[in-house]
Design a protein. Structure first.
Length: 230
């Protein structure tokens, strides 16, 4: 988001989700090469190098990943949902204990009944409501506003580290009620980060719908004899 010359969340440096996606891509290419009988060592070696350096993102004091490292002002320890990709993707560069800590930190500080906040409420730049003029709205967009599509990677990450489909299913129940009461049959783009978590933006957002379905299917796979969402 940008207002005039103000780039609201520049994140200059090495963002955590870009590196998580890069690691997953390298491991995937390594696997594809092996399946095709092609040389895979180059992909594996690069992935090993990424994995060996990924611990630079780990903030042991706070128990989660830094949002950006190597920025012009140093490392940024902000708690954002972007780090969930280091857990939810098929290949993770982190230890099991670190993955669990990331999910638990996001559940404790970012989760709301309609998905995850884009920034933890205890951050000095947090904005809990998405309303007002363009400057206020764009200023809140990535500084606390809840994005519905984030429910997908959150639920999949939770299932991965906790293997608790009942709890994972409980995270989806409020969105089912939202389906029946706001943009009937669809999912809103965003919500306020503060209660009562008012729906904002478009009332029918494709990526919110897609990620709810992805999360629903992940839970159904873990509970093959049940419907997935109560």
């Amino acid at each position: 988001a940008k207002v005039g010359d103000w780039v609201v969340t520049p994140r200059i440096g090495k963002p955590v989700e870009v590196n998580a996606l890069w690691y997953n891509a390298l491991r995937s290419l390594e696997a594809f090469a092996k399946m095709l009988g092609e040389p895979a060592d180059a992909f594996g070696k690069r992935a090993d190098e990424v994995e060996s350096h990924f611990d630079r993102f780990w903030d042991a004091e706070r128990g989660h990943l830094r949002d950006v490292i190597g920025g012009p002002d140093g490392d940024d320890p902000s708690l954002r949902p972007n780090q969930l990709f280091a857990v939810s993707l098929p290949h993770s560069p982190m230890s099991t204990a670190q993955q669990k800590a990331v999910v638990d930190a996001c559940a404790a500080h970012l989760y709301t009944p309609h998905s995850l906040r884009s920034l933890a409420p205890n951050h000095q730049d947090y904005v809990g409501t998405y309303q007002g003029d363009r400057e206020h709205r764009d200023g809140a967009y990535h500084r606390g506003t809840v994005w519905s599509w984030l429910i997908g990677p959150f639920v999949e990450a939770h299932l991965r580290v906790h293997d608790d489909p009942e709890t994972a299913r409980s995270y989806l129940a409020p969105l089912r009620r939202h389906l029946e009461g706001h943009g009937v049959g669809s999912i809103s783009e965003i919500f306020d980060g503060d209660a009562p978590f008012t729906p904002r933006g478009t009332p029918a957002q494709a990526w919110g719908v897609a990620q709810l379905l992805a999360a629903w299917n992940a839970v159904r796979r873990a509970l093959p004899d049940q419907e997935g969402v109560a």
